[in-house]
Ligand binder design. Structure first.
Ligand SMILES: C[S@@+](CC[C@H](N)C(=O)[O-])C[C@H]1O[C@@H](n2cnc3c(N)ncnc32)[C@H](O)[C@@H]1O
Length: 311
């Protein structure tokens, strides 16, 4: 169901309600929107993000794992497929997302425990998990330090948390500028008569996209400076805290591409385009790994965070 104008108005009043409304609504189409799958492509992506942040993969899967803001299960279900996690518990503030993650796990042939939960008040006992993971979640949480304190509480002594895919302050700025320019250009050019029929979204679809963009601005609460994020995790009680940044040219390419995909008629671009976009993103990510030796970390788009509960 699409977000109505009244929904958007209510969401401005109450941020947690906005999160539930937006993500419940998104849960139906989330995997398509973000090209999420549970095959080798996304399993390798999840495993590589985990390894890049932690520095190595575990010899054995972590026994009990919790994911915060799991969405449809992209990170933890793929990490389980990659042999990084064993018993997975998914949590999310949005009931629709928890349902979607459970359904995805079932399709993959395993069951996960799913709970609707606010990361600022995790409904599990102290010292429960060997690892806590999250992907693209803490930028939605009002009190990040409180959420990390909760993460440390539910971890067993010596347990690790791994949070991937959060926007840096600088990266978010350039991604949004590029997104805005691409949106304006694509929606203007596709309205030209020779292109309109094949490429243009109709007015209803464009109005809905604008409402979604308005809600997105409400639910995206933070961007992060890596050094500041490290200090937040240390204040929350973690030790051995590290950040890792990635995606520079890949983000400069990827955000306009993603915006273009959202700006044209659904289905107009096809499979060849999807392969071109993914292939280019992968090649540019390889360039970024080389650049990371010389470019300051805060200029990259994504930041990941890891830390350990004191033994
Ligand atoms: C951008 S989505 C990411 C979903 C998934 N981790 C992924 O990478 O595909 C952010 C998720 O965080 C959830 N979320 C937002 N605020 C939350 C909170 N306070 N506690 C737990 N989850 C929250 C949303 O419902 C949404 O599913």
């Amino acid at each position: 169901m699409a977000a109505s104008a009244a929904d958007v108005a209510r969401a401005y009043e109450d941020n947690k309600l906005a999160q539930v409304l937006y993500h419940d609504w998104e849960s139906q189409t989330y995997d398509d929107k973000w090209s999420i799958s549970f095959d080798e492509r996304c399993t390798a992506y999840a495993r590589d993000r985990f390894e890049a942040i932690v520095g190595e993969l575990p010899q054995e899967p972590y026994g009990t794992a919790l994911e915060l803001g799991a969405g449809t299960g992209f990170f933890s279900l793929n990490l389980r497929q990659a042999g990084v996690l064993d018993e997975v518990h998914v949590t999310d503030l949005s009931p629709g997302m928890v349902e979607a993650a459970r359904a995805n796990a079932e399709k993959l042939g395993f069951t996960v425990e799913g709970r609707v939960a606010d990361a600022e008040r995790i409904p599990y006992d102290d010292n429960t998990f060997d690892v806590v993971v999250g992907h693209a979640v803490i930028h939605h949480i009002p009190d990040v330090e409180q959420a990390l304190r909760e993460v440390v509480r539910v971890l067993k002594p010596g347990g690790r948390f791994v949070i991937a895919g959060e926007p840096t302050r600088v990266g978010d700025w350039y991604a949004r500028q590029l997104g805005r320019l691409t949106w304006k250009a694509a929606t203007t050019v596709t309205q030209l008569p020779p292109l309109r029929e094949k490429w243009a979204k109709d007015k209803g679809q464009l109005d809905e996209s604008s409402r979604v963009a308005a809600l997105e601005a409400v639910v995206d609460l933070h961007t992060f400076d890596p050094a500041e994020l490290t200090r937040t995790a240390l204040r929350a009680g973690a030790v051995d805290v590290r950040t890792h940044t990635e995606e520079l040219t890949a983000a400069l390419f990827g955000w306009p591409v993603r915006t273009f995909e959202a700006a044209v008629k659904p289905g107009a671009l096809g499979w060849h385009w999807a392969m071109f976009a993914y292939g280019s993103w992968k090649r540019l990510s390889a360039v970024d790994r080389v650049l990371s030796r010389v470019v300051p970390e805060q200029l990259f788009y994504n930041v990941g965070l890891t830390g350990v509960k004191p033994a």
